[in-house]
Design a binder for this molecule. Structure first.
Ligand code: TEU
Ligand code: CA
Length: 544
C-alpha cells in the first residue's frame, strides 16, 4: 500500500531535537514528549537519524551495534515506546539504515582484524600496491584518501568516509544476510521502513585506481553498479515481507540513474534523495560556493518532476546548510521561508521536512572552528590547513557549508537554550532563538510555522497537490510557476524568488498567498508565493 504517496515525512536529528534529562543531548524520551507537536503539525511519519550504539565519530552514522540503542539517547524500551506512541498517533517511524560501512568498533570489524576469523572478509582489506603505497588512488567523501593501515592485521582497510567508518564488503554474501537480519529485527519491532544511507555506493566492482577527480577519485568503480542494484533487489524482498518503505540517499545520480533505483518496475527503492538541485550554489564541490542561481534551480527541479513519476522532495536535511540563507533571503527571512515552504509542499512527490525548517532556522552563529563538531568539517579544515590556506579563509569556507549549520538544537522557545535542554547543549544554540522559535511562531498567524501548518492542511485536503501531474509554466530568472493537474482540476503555483517585485501573466482565483492579499492581478511582492485555482490563464494584456 503506497501510504507514502499521501504522506508528509519529518526528519529528526535525535541529538538536537529535545533533551529530556538535562545532559545537553537530545534523546528518545525527548522525542516522545514532542509527538503531540508532530501530530499537531500534521506529519505522517518521522525518519530518525541513527540512534544505534555508536562511538559518535559521525554522530551515529558509525554504528557499532545495530540492535542496541546508544545509551545517550535512551534504552530499547524507550525506542519500543516511541514506536508504540507514534503509532497511536498514526505516525509511522522510519529508521536510518547505514549499511555501506560500520564503525571500526563494531565486533565484525574487531574480529575481522584476525585474518582467520569468519569476519575477515566482511570488509575490504589490502596489503597495498606492493611497494609500500596505498592499494589505490581513491579519495573519500570527507576529503583525503580512503585507506587506513591496521597495525594488528598489518593491512589497509577501505573507508569512503572517516577512518572510523570501514566499508562493508558485499562480495561476501554473509554481509548481505547480516543486513537482512538487521532489517527484520527493526521491522519486527514495528518500524515502517528505512532511509538508506549512501545506498548507491555499496558494491565496489573493483578496487582499481580511478580517473583523477576533484572529489571522489575512484567513484566509477562503485557508483550505482549492477551489483548494487542486485543488493537493493534483495533488500526489497525483505521489505515486501512487511509491506515496508524505503527511501535511498543516492549520491551523484541523474534522473535516469534515479529511475533505475526507484522506478516502480525496478523493485528496488520507493524513492531517492537526489543531490542535483543542491548543487545550484556551488562550483564543482560544495565547499566552493557561488551565488545561488534560481533559474538553474527551477530548471533542475522541473526536469526531476518531469522525468520521474514520483520522488522524495527535500530542501534541508542534517547534511545541508539551512535553506533560507541559501535559497531564500536573510533580508526577507519570513517571506522567503514561507515561499520555500510553498515550493516544498506543492511539488509532486513525498515532501520531507527537516526539524527546524518549519520555523525557519538559519544555521549556526559560531564565531570559530573550535565550536564545530562535524567530522567532515574538521577533516576539511585540517586538509585546507595542510595546504596553508589562511585560517580566515578556511573559516569562511567551513562556516558557510558545514553540516553543523543543520545540527544546532531545535529552537522551541526564545528562552534558556531555546527550550532544548536545561543543561549545556552538545552543540551551540543559535542566539537568534529569541526571534526564531516555535513558541512565538505558533502565536503569530503570519509566521513561517503557521504557514507550514496551513499548507500541510491544504495539501492533505487536496488530491491535486498530493497526486496531481506537474506542468511547468515558467522557469524564469526570478519567477518559478507550475500547475498541478488531476482529473480536470488544477492549481497554479507562482513563486517570486527575488527581493524585487515581479509581474506574472498568470491569472486565477486566489487560494492562498504567503502575503496578505484578497485577489491576484499578476503582481507579486518580493518573495511572494501564490496558489491559484482554475486554469492559470495567460492574460495577454499583462504582457511581460
Ligand atoms: O551522507 C553521505 C553523503 O553523500 C554526503 O551528503 C555527506 O554528508 C557529505 O556531506 C559528503 O559531502 C550520508 C549521511 O547523510 C551523512 O550524515 C553521513 O556522514 C554519511 O552518509 C556517512 O554515513
Ligand atoms: Ca539527554
Amino acid at each position: 500500500m503506497e501510504w507514502w504517496k499521501d504522506a508528509i515525512i519529518y526528519q529528526i536529528y535525535p541529538r538536537s531535537f529535545q533533551d529530556s534529562n538535562g545532559d545537553g543531548i537530545g534523546d528518545i524520551p525527548g522525542i516522545i514528549s514532542r509527538l503531540g507537536y508532530l501530530e499537531e503539525l500534521g506529519v505522517d511519519a518521522i525518519w530518525l537519524s541513527p540512534v544505534y550504539r555508536s562511538p559518535n565519530v559521525d554522530n551515529g552514522y558509525d554504528i557499532s551495534d545495530y540492535r542496541a540503542i546508544n545509551p545517550e539517547y535512551g534504552t530499547m524500551e524507550d525506542m519500543e515506546r516511541l514506536i508504540r506512541e507514534a503509532r497511536r498517533r498514526d505516525i509511522r517511524v522510519i529508521m536510518d539504515l547505514v549499511i555501506n560501512h560500520t564503525s571500526t568498533e563494531h565486533p565484525w570489524f574487531q574480529r575481522g582484524r584476525e585474518r582467520n576469523s569468519p569476519y575477515s572478509s566482511y570488509y575490504y582489506w589490502s596489503r597495498g600496491d606492493g611497494d609500500g603505497g596505498l592499494p589505490n588512488n581513491w579519495t573519500g567523501f570527507f576529503g583525503g584518501d580512503c585507506w587506513e593501515f591496521d597495525v594488528e592485521r598489518c593491512e589497509y582497510y577501505l573507508h569512503l568516509f572517516s577512518k572510523e567508518q570501514a566499508d562493508l564488503n558485499y562480495h561476501n554474501p554473509a554481509v548481505l544476510e547480516e543486513v537482512k537480519d538487521i532489517m527484520r529485527f527493526w521491522l519486527d519491532k514495528g518500524v515502517a521502513g528505512f532511509r538508506c544511507d549512501v545506498v548507491n555506493v555499496l558494491w565496489k566492482e573493483s578496487l582499481a585506481s580511478g580517473k583523477k577527480r576533484a572529489v571522489l577519485t575512484g567513484m566509477e568503480q562503485y557508483l550505482s553498479q549492477e551489483g548494487n542494484h542486485e543488493i537493493l533487489r534483495q533488500l526489497r524482498r525483505v521489505l515486501d515481507e512487511y509491506d515496508a518503505f524505503a527511501v535511498g540517499e543516492a549520491v551523484f545520480v541523474t534522473p535516469d540513474m534515479a529511475r533505475d533505483l526507484c522506478g516502480e518496475d525496478r523493485r528496488e527503492l520507493d524513492m531517492v534523495f537526489s543531490f542535483e538541485h543542491m548543487e545550484c550554489d556551488q562550483y564543482l564541490v560544495k565547499w566552493l560556493k557561488r551565488k545561488f542561481r534560481p533559474q538553474v534551480f527551477f530548471e533542475c527541479l522541473s526536469r526531476w518532476q518531469q522525468e520521474l513519476d514520483w520522488n522524495a522532495l527535500y530542501l534541508e536535511n542534517h547534511d545541508q546548510p539551512r535553506s533560507i540563507p541559501r535559497f531564500g533571503s536573510k533580508k526577507y527571512w519570513k517571506k522567503s521561508g514561507k515561499l520555500l515552504a510553498t515550493l516544498l509542499l506543492t511539488l509532486r512527490g513525498t515532501p520531507f521536512i527537516y526539524q527546524g525548517e518549519e520555523i525557519g532556522m538559519t544555521g549556526f552563529d559560531f564565531a570559530r572552528m573550535r565550536q564545530v563538531n562535524d567530522v567532515e568539517s574538521r577533516n576539511v579544515n585540517r586538509i585546507l590547513a595542510k595546504f596553508r590556506v589562511p585560517a580566515k579563509l578556511r573559516w569562511r569556507v567551513i562556516s558557510r557549508t558545514s553540516r553543523d549549520n543543520a545540527r544546532t538544537p531545535f529552537q522551541w522557545t526564545g528562552g534558556q537554550q531555546a527550550g532544548f535542554t536545561t543543561g549545556r547543549p552538545w552543540l551551540g544554540v543559535n542566539h537568534n532563538c529569541t526571534k526564531v522559535n516555535l513558541a512565538d511562531e505558533r502565536r503569530d498567524p503570519d509566521s513561517i510555522w503557521s504557514w507550514y501548518r496551513e499548507l500541510l492542511a491544504l495539501r492533505k485536503s487536496s488530491g491535486v497537490l498530493r497526486r496531481g501531474d506537474f506542468v511547468l509554466l515558467e522557469a524564469g530568472k526570478q519567477v518559478f510557476a507550475y500547475r498541478r493537474e488531476l482529473k480536470g482540476e488544477s492549481l497554479t503555483i507562482v513563486l517570486n524568488f527575488s527581493d524585487r517585485p515581479a509581474q506574472s501573466p498568470l491569472r486565477g482565483t486566489l487560494v492562498r498567498s504567503s502575503c496578505p492579499r484578497r485577489s491576484f492581478n499578476g503582481s507579486l511582492q518580493p518573495w511572494e508565493a501564490v496558489i491559484l485555482e482554475e486554469e492559470g490563464v495567460y492574460d495577454e494584456s499583462a504582457g511581460v
